[in-house]
Design a protein around this ligand. Structure first.
Ligand code: ATP
Ligand code: MG
Length: 388
């Protein structure tokens, strides 16, 4: 029995003229991501993408797991491929679905006849397949209004496909159709979730991480790598740029008022990130900030931070509660890594009483003590790139 995966496209079916670009990108992303699961043929027809194993070694379980994390997929189902013949279909449906149906009490069959040359109408197909499933599964009954599971039979161009429930996909739009942006990633809970949210909207990511050795450790750095690998299961592979931040933090600590240290530090992050972003053709920055969460995330502090950047700064979590962020972190499986207790460069120099309503002119005046250009030059000369 040959099994395939049928992928239903998301928002992209609505995109008019752009549709071709979106669909091509999604096909490319699917091909690239499932290559590791073995040899599959991937093609699209009539708003459905077909994923067919090409040999014995192609691991369809692994392919399914990978498909579940690809943005642009609204839903997917494993289906068995059958000859377009009613006898073959009524024989194969119970063979393929008996294990699935064992867990349910009610079902219905829905059929779609995309191939109009097929002799039976969709109602008749459903009736015959339903009868065959009932004969093989005396424990279940038909409920057309409220079935626990809907079995689908699709008569398409090349073959007939039989499957159980369609699982929800990751949604969003294909990565690479929304331009490029740089995510400022810490080891915390928020920034990995922010990265995932922007990738969901089609953005291709580059990651920028500020490290302050010896105040921050190699373990803290590895934690960020682990987080990015998790995010990469959805966002695709990306580069991580590590920026040495120790000198800047020490200079701020030694020369600026303590209560402004955080906002000044964040302005340096923006400046350095913007330069890296431009060099790598990213047109926006992304952070994991959420309004009011900490002193540096008040409107006034964010205004000061933003003033240091000359490109759009996306903060997809700005209106999210911590509990909502935690729910997403569990969903994308970054939570357990994020709560590991390694220090971040933000936490090692945290002032006791940070100013919650800084004003730009006061902050700029405090920065006069620093050679901003030189400090940026020093740290940007020593960045390290890692291909994840
Ligand atoms: P997170 O959970 O993402 O660490 P947070 O709520 O702890 O966020 P902050 O530590 O103030 O908030 O950081 C705010 C944002 O600044 C982060 O979401 C991240 O985008 C960025 N950021 C913080 N620390 C770093 C770092 N070491 N390297 C890169 N970006 C950072
Ligand atoms: Mg943090």
């Amino acid at each position: 029995m040959q099994e395939v995966i049928l992928v239903k496209l998301g928002e992209i079916v609505l995109k008019g003229l752009n549709r071709r670009t979106f669909e091509d990108r999604l096909l490319k992303n699917i091909r690239r991501r499932i290559a590791r699961a073995g040899n599959f043929e991937v093609y699209s027809m009539q708003s459905t993408i077909y994923i067919e194993p090409k040999d014995e070694d192609a691991d369809i379980d692994e392919a399914e797991e990978r498909i579940s994390k690809i943005f642009g997929v609204i839903g997917y189902a494993r289906a068995c491929v059958c000859e377009k013949d009613m006898d073959a279909i009524t024989k194969m449906a119970p063979e393929y679905l008996n294990d699935t149906l064992a867990g349910f009490k009610t079902f219905k069959v829905e059929s779609k006849r995309a191939d109009k040359k097929f002799p039976l109408g969709s109602m008749e197909i459903s009736r015959e397949v339903g009868a065959a499933l009932l004969r093989a599964n005396p424990h279940i009954s038909v409920d057309v209004h409220n079935p626990e599971i809907t079995v689908r039979v699709e008569i398409r161009e090349k073959a007939a496909y039989i499957h159980g429930e369609t699982k929800p996909g990751a949604g969003g739009i294909p990565v690479g159709t929304g331009g490029k942006a740089a995510i400022l990633i810490s080891g915390g809970l928020d920034s990995p979730v922010a990265a995932w949210m922007m990738a969901k909207r089609g953005v291709e990511l580059t990651a920028i991480h500020f490290a302050s050795p010896p105040y921050t450790s190699e373990r803290a750095h590895e934690k960020v790598v682990a987080l990015l690998k998790k995010v990469g299961e959805y966002a695709g592979r990306m580069d991580m740029i590590t920026v040495p931040f120790t000198e800047i933090q020490e200079q701020i600590r030694d020369n600026c008022p303590e209560e402004l240290a955080t906002v000044i530090m964040r302005r340096f992050m923006m400046r350095a990130a913007e330069r890296i972003a431009r060099e790598r053709e990213c047109s926006a920055l992304i952070t994991g900030e959420s309004l009011g969460q900490v002193a540096s995330q008040t409107i006034q502090a964010i205004a000061c931070t933003d003033a240091a950047a000359n490109m759009p700064v996306f903060r997809p979590l700005i209106g999210s509660d911590k509990s909502e962020i935690v729910t997403l972190a569990h969903r994308i499986d970054t939570y357990d890594i994020s709560i590991e207790p390694y220090e971040d460069c933000c936490t090692v120099f945290t002032p006791k009483h940070p100013r919650t309503r800084p004003t730009l002119n006061v902050v700029e005046a405090a920065e006069q003590k620093l050679d901003v250009e030189q400090l940026l030059k020093n740290c940007l000369e020593k960045t390290e790139i890692r291909h994840l």
